[in-house]
Write a protein that binds this ligand. Structure first.
Ligand code: TYM
Length: 351
């Protein structure tokens, strides 16, 4: 079922989100943000800075505020056009939290316990000390998506399991209470094309905002010098001689990650990129200049947009207005479907 509340009914509805916590990095850009920018001319797109998700971990209140605005500014700098897409802060749209409760009452404890991100994130501090919000996080994420009747959700590969859960919850709800939600599709880059960018110092682990190995994370706010240095110091391997430079994720994760980076930036597959190189140093030099070619203009635009905080505030205000219209209508539909009585409504009362 496709329920169109507003916007252009002929375009697919797209929804995605990014957490404001931690410094945005090359993995975010190549796995998600560049697809957001591409999709905006092909879909009816809603993109949000998921500030409520950020509350699942400890943080300073004033830093949180700055981080949310910084992330929204970065998204504009990366190419989101508020005349074409809707950009907003998640907490400006109360329906996300309200629908999250409905999702929590649809999901089972068992399925949330199986979420690998929850297990990874609690591995260090332990489950006992983890916030409940970290456990129920995928229900809020499902709500983010289902509130917009999203057809497509562009994300990196690490969000695959959360997307599967969102689909399961939508289907279960529809089966139990009647067609209410659109069942969303994950839009994940094909393997080798940026879906999972790895840490340059530990290429068996994904590049992440929360990492023990910051030397392997290319931050989108890093100076050009730092970016170059991090790429030149990327871990490879000691194999030498003809044929050493090849794409093989299993046995050569470091080189393969560099080939994927360059391939993704040049629109080529990593195996083809490998044919042009025999020396790791040459490959690293080209990866560094390809990365700088996309990151430097974003940094430049970021500096410009940051000079006008009123503009960013206006974008977010008008984004929240559009998002609220769509999400509150979906929430009303879901409330009605589960049997909550509309405020002021007497239609359900039969004496
Ligand atoms: P977050 O904030 O961790 O990451 C934002 C986006 O970047 C992608 N990504 C990567 N892609 C490739 N390689 C990497 N190393 C890499 N690291 C991150 C993520 O897959 C994501 O697409 N739970 C989400 C935020 C969220 C959301 C949503 C996403 C909340 N509600 C609704 C989509 C729809 C998250 O923590 O993303």
């Amino acid at each position: 079922m496709r329920v169109v509340i507003s916007g252009d009914s002929t375009l697919p509805r797209v929804l995605s989100g990014i957490q404001p916590t931690g410094e945005p990095h090359l993995g975010n850009l190549l796995g998600a943000l560049r697809y957001w920018v591409e999709d905006q001319s092909r879909g009816d797109c809603f993109y949000c800075v998921v500030d409520l998700h950020g509350l699942t971990v400890a943080g300073d209140a004033s830093e949180r505020r700055t981080a949310s605005i910084t992330m929204a500014t970065l998204l504009l700098a990366a190419g989101l056009d508020p005349d074409v897409c809707t950009l907003f802060l998640q907490s400006h749209v109360p329906a996300h939290s309200q629908l999250a409760w409905i999702m929590e009452c649809t999901a089972s404890y068992g399925e949330l316990s199986r979420m690998t991100q929850f297990k990874d994130k609690t591995a260090k501090g332990g489950e006992q000390a983890s916030r409940v919000g970290l456990f129920t996080y995928p229900c809020l994420m499902a709500a983010d998506i289902l509130a917009y009747d999203a057809d497509r959700v562009p994300v990196g590969d690490d969000q695959r399991q959360h997307l599967e859960l969102a689909r399961d919850l939508a289907q279960r709800f529809n089966t139990t209470y009647g067609d209410t939600f659109v069942v969303p599709e994950a839009a994940i880059a094909p393997p080798g094309r940026g879906a999972r960018i790895m840490n340059l110092q530990d290429p068996t682990r994904k590049m992440s905002k929360t990492t023990d190995n910051p030397g392997g994370v290319v931050g989108l706010f890093d100076s050009p010098g730092d970016i170059e240095r991090k790429i030149k110091r990327a871990v490879t391997d000691t194999e030498a001689g003809p044929g050493a430079l090849r794409y093989d994720r299993e046995t050569k994760p470091g080189v393969s990650n560099l080939l994927e980076l360059l391939g993704t930036l040049r629109g080529n597959d990593p195996e083809t990129v490998a044919l042009d190189y025999t020396r790791y140093g040459d490959l690293k030099a080209d990866v560094a200049s390809a990365v700088l070619e996309v990151v430097e203009p974003i940094q430049q635009r970021f500096r410009e947009i940051s000079k006008d905080p009123d503009y960013v505030a206006d974008v977010l205000r008008s984004g929240a207005r559009s998002a609220n219209k769509v999400a509150s209508a979906t929430l009303r539909r879901a409330y009605r479907a589960v049997g909550l009585v509309a405020a002021g409504g007497t239609d359900a009362i039969r004496w």
